[in-house]
Design a protein around this ligand. Structure first.
Ligand SMILES: Cc1cc2nc3c(=O)[nH]c(=O)nc-3n(C[C@H](O)[C@H](O)[C@H](O)COP(=O)(O)OP(=O)(O)OC[C@H]3O[C@@H](n4cnc5c(N)ncnc54)[C@H](O)[C@@H]3O)c2cc1C
Length: 566
């Protein structure tokens, strides 16, 4: 579609932040242009679980929502401290629930609260056991008609064969296999839906997680008749007399100046996919891959820098992290598998460094686990670290890309993803780990499995750990013996799921210049905005929660600006 050359608001990037900002602005009556650089909408959000961490939302039944907002601010104070301006987190806490209420009342975006989904730093005051992370309701992709294909696909390693999406709860039910009527019924329902989908579509249309959120936002944008340009490239921002007034769009070898009388919002998803910037801004050894979408390459941040914006202030390490394993796919592409919650906390797995020693609590949040890899890398190489388990574990819980109850793991051994041996000594030799230490580590860990007490790192001691363990395993749901040969190992690397270093903004999401003055008409949200949490990770959904909330703040602030005359 050729755009009209005048809009109230232009949003760049159709991911979590950008789609939310464009949608809210449209509902508020603004004429909006959303420009996406790729041929698909959704960005990294489409790969994600779609969880949004919003304390005090209307979906939170217990404890009382408004009280929880105050407690959550205390939690953020304890976690973030001076790493970010307090005004930013105050704005987040005040506006998150408003953003959710607004979307619920005016659009097809729907969430429900996870009643039990503990915050990641349980030792801090104000940490909650649940209610703050919100989960998008599943969505029927058929409602998008021929636009269904515009949604970015989820990661193939996180879907079932045939492109069927399931939630974590559904996966657990399905894994009960033929042992329960509930799993059989669910299996039949999902498979028949997939079979009928595949007659007309390239993948399943029953969308859950981040794909459901992306599709709900997209459906709502279409309902609002927002102009969306795919494969669009913005070459620069138009700025005169200190005010951003629009963008220059390059498409089909022509450049068009497009005027935006109330503002431009940048939402390009940060720079996790930019190798050079990873080398420059992130800790060493530099991450070679990212699980984020390739298009999150810092181009939108560069646009703001060229218009006088600045980045920072830098926090502890400028990124948010997942421990990830890497494999070549059959088509030659690289799979970057995030070890989020499915394996590390389960009983019977340890993570060791090259000395064969554990270096952290394996059940810690992905962000904290990856931090520990960096923090201890000098003592004994923990980048990469080796996740180690036995046959029983692999069958019951799976490991990384290997699903539980996999009848054969041969292809993973052949492509080098999985190392296996009938003895721990043999495994140690194959993975380059000190064999004596590994034997001692496993012996000690196996003792912990009897007492239920990890006296070294406290695995399974808090509710966050235990929530990801196996509730049926006693005495500690996160510690079990490693004793049934063969033994297995997968290597994990700390990789940035997102960057937390971004454009400096004020609490209105207005981009600031080097004198800390707002650049009129220019906003940033999502990972393009410097993290309001100072690079810390309070709980599940922190990134999408921040992205959507500051998108709401930016759109409503722009709405209240006096429209510029051309
Ligand atoms: C497996 C996985 C699970 C995750 N689960 C969660 C979760 O449950 N909760 C959570 O909070 N976070 C989660 N995340 C992280 C989260 O998805 C991202 O941090 C979040 O989507 C960032 O939002 P954003 O709007 O900044 O960027 P994105 O959602 O990545 O969107 C950015 C968009 O901007 C476009 N773009 C970039 N540059 C340009 C340009 N120059 N011009 C036009 N368009 C451009 C990109 O193509 C992309 O579509 C997960 C990530 C992964 C990989």
């Amino acid at each position: 579609m050729r755009p009209s050359t005048e809009f109230n608001l232009i949003v760049i990037g159709a991911g979590a932040g950008g789609m939310t900002a464009a949608l809210i602005a449209a509902v508020l009556g603004m004429k909006v242009l959303l420009v996406e650089g790729s041929d698909k909408i959704g960005g990294t959000m489409a790969y994600s679980s779609g969880t949004a961490w919003i304390p005090g939302s209307q979906h939170q039944a217990e404890p009382d929502a408004s009280e929880d907002a105050a407690r959550a601010l205390g939690y953020l104070d304890a976690l973030v401290g001076d790493l970010a301006d307090r005004k930013l987190r105050e704005a987040f806490i005040a506006n998150g629930p408003k953003m959710i209420a607004f979307l619920q009342a005016n659009t097809s975006v729907r969430f429900q609260a996870y009643s039990y989904h503990p915050d990641y730093r349980q030792e801090l005051p104000g940490a909650a056991s649940g209610g703050r992370p919100l989960d998008p309701l599943h969505f029927d992709g058929r409602l998008l008609g021929n636009k269904f294909d515009v949604i970015r696909w989820p990661m193939p390693e996180l879907t079932l064969p045939g492109g069927m999406m399931v939630t974590r709860g559904e996966a657990a039910r399905l894994l009960n296999g033929l042992t329960s009527w509930d799993s059989i019924k669910l299996g039949i329902t999902l498979l028949s839906r997939l079979a009928s989908d595949r007659l007309h579509y390239k993948r399943g249309t029953r969308l859950v997680l981040g794909n459901a959120l992306a599709a709900r936002l997209y459906k709502s944008l279409l309902d609002q008749k927002v102009t969306i340009i795919l494969n669009g490239r913005i070459t620069r921002l138009i700025k005169t007399s200190g005010t951003v007034r629009g963008v220059v769009l390059a498409q089909n070898n022509t450049e068009t100046s497009i005027f935006a009388c109330q503002g431009v919002i940048l939402a390009g998803g940060g720079f996790a996919a930019n190798r050079e910037w990873r080398e420059h801004y992130l800790p060493k050894p530099t991450a070679q891959y990212t699980p984020a979408y390739d298009g999150c390459n810092g181009e939108t941040i560069k646009l703001a820098l060229a218009a006088g914006g600045i980045i920072g202030p830098a926090a502890s390490d400028n990124a948010l992290w997942f421990p990830c394993s890497i494999a070549q796919r059959k088509d030659g592409s690289t799979a970057v598998y995030p070890h989020i919650v499915l394996d590390r906390a389960k009983p019977g797995l340890i993570a060791v460094n090259s000395m064969g020693r554990r270096f952290t609590n394996e059940a810690a949040s992905y962000h904290d686990f990856a931090h520990a890899m960096y923090a201890t890398n000098q003592e004994g190489q923990s980048i990469p670290a080796a996740l180690i388990c036995d046959r029983r574990f692999l069958w019951k819980y799976g490991l990384g890309m290997i699903w539980p109850h996999s009848l054969s793991v041969k292809r993973y051994i052949q492509n080098g993803y999985l190392q296996a041996d009938h003895s721990l000594n043999g495994l140690a030799a194959k993975i380059g780990v000190d064999a004596n230490n590994l034997a001692q580590t496993v012996k000690t860990y196996n003792k912990f499995s009897k007492t239920g007490k990890d006296t070294e790192f406290g695995k399974g001691e808090d509710i966050y750990n235990r929530n990801n363990g196996d509730p049926l395993h006693q005495p500690n749901p996160c510690i079990g013996p490693i004793a049934s040969a063969p033994y297995y190992s997968v290597r994990v690397f700390p990789l940035p799921v997102a960057t937390s270093l971004g454009l400096k903004t004020d609490e209105n999401a207005n981009v600031l210049d080097e004198s800390s003055q707002p650049i009129e008409g220019l906003y940033a949200c999502g990972n393009d905005m410097n993290s309001a949490f100072g690079g810390q990770y309070p709980g599940g959904g922190s990134q999408i929660g921040l992205a959507m909330t500051f998108a709401y703040i930016a759109a409503t602030h722009a709405k209240h600006r006096q429209p510029l005359q051309r």
